[in-house]
Design a protein around this ligand. Structure first.
Ligand code: ADP
Ligand code: MG
Length: 247
């Protein structure tokens, strides 16, 4: 299994508070990896470190080595915008721009000097399983879409930039069960072409979509393994307690 992203000896502090403690993990290419663990354990912090989102918070202190295909994600010679194009992010709450469906896709393409033809827009919307639902009204304001459609639009906007990795932070937690299943089908389809890391608090979801699962607790990785092994035969008592809903 080729490792697309690797994290070595990662520590993150916010001011005096140590939020991540010596994280060593890797994320395999063309696989879905789930990050699970109790609220506040550092899942989002780890996810955001992978595409330099913490560059945006001045009090974050990051130590360790993070690499994509062996290249230092925090290398001085690589602009954060380039990293965020290669490593896209989808957030918990769908956050389309206050623009048309069409312009939501072209906006980032223009900023990144990438082709933004109608064909490119159609391809991205098809890839996010949204094309059939919007093709007759691409000028519609994105805010008029349902929550699930807005989230698929955000995924379309991300894949349009041709990333290699897609990070997703609880992408379904604001969605109804049907929309959630649709996004899960989409994630399973996307993994042929991208490397995906998903934070989820939905244990069924982790089991439905993830090849590998990482369990975090109080800023540390407590256990990781194939999703099947971690859920069916957890090695750590904390993992067993967490996945059975004890905390
Ligand atoms: P999770 O996603 O697992 O719920 P987070 O990664 O969001 O956890 O947060 C981990 C810890 O880091 C929490 O205690 C949170 O309060 C703290 N934290 C997150 N972001 C910041 C920040 N920008 N400044 C200070 N503390 C933060
Ligand atoms: Mg979080």
């Amino acid at each position: 299994m080729t490792s697309k992203l690797s994290v070595e000896n990662l520590h993150i502090n916010f001011g005096q508070k140590e939020v991540l403690k010596n994280i060593n993990v890797s994320f395999a290419e063309h696989q879905v990896t789930a990050l699970i663990g109790p609220s506040g354990c550092g899942k989002s912090t780890l996810l955001r470190s992978l595409n330099r989102m913490h560059d945006l918070s001045p009090d974050a202190k990051i130590m360790g080595k993070l690499r994509i295909d062996g290249t230092d994600i925090y290398g001085k010679d690589i602009p954060p915008t380039k990293i965020r194009q290669r490593i896209g992010m989808v957030f918990q709450k769908a956050n389309p721009f206050a623009k048309s469906v069409y312009d939501n896709i072209t906006y980032g393409l223009k900023i990144n000097n990438l082709p933004h033809t109608k064909d490119v827009v159609e391809k991205a919307l098809r890839e996010a399983f949204l094309w059939e639902e919007v093709k007759n009204d691409l000028k519609m304001p994105a805010t008029r879409l349902s929550g699930g459609q807005q989230q698929r639009l955000c995924i379309a906007r991300t894949v349009a930039l041709r990333p290699e990795v897609i990070l997703m932070d609880e992408p379904c937690s604001a969605l109804d069960p049907i929309s959630t299943l649709k996004i899960e089908e989409l994630i399973t389809d996307l993994k042929d072409r991208y490397t995906i890391v998903i934070v989820t608090h939905n244990m069924q979801q982790a089991q439905r979509v993830a090849d590998k699962t990482i369990f975090m607790y109080l800023g540390e990785v407590k256990e990781e393994g194939s999703t099947q092994q971690l859920f069916n035969n957890p090695k750590h008592e904390l993992t067993a307690n967490y996945i059975s809903g004890h905390f």
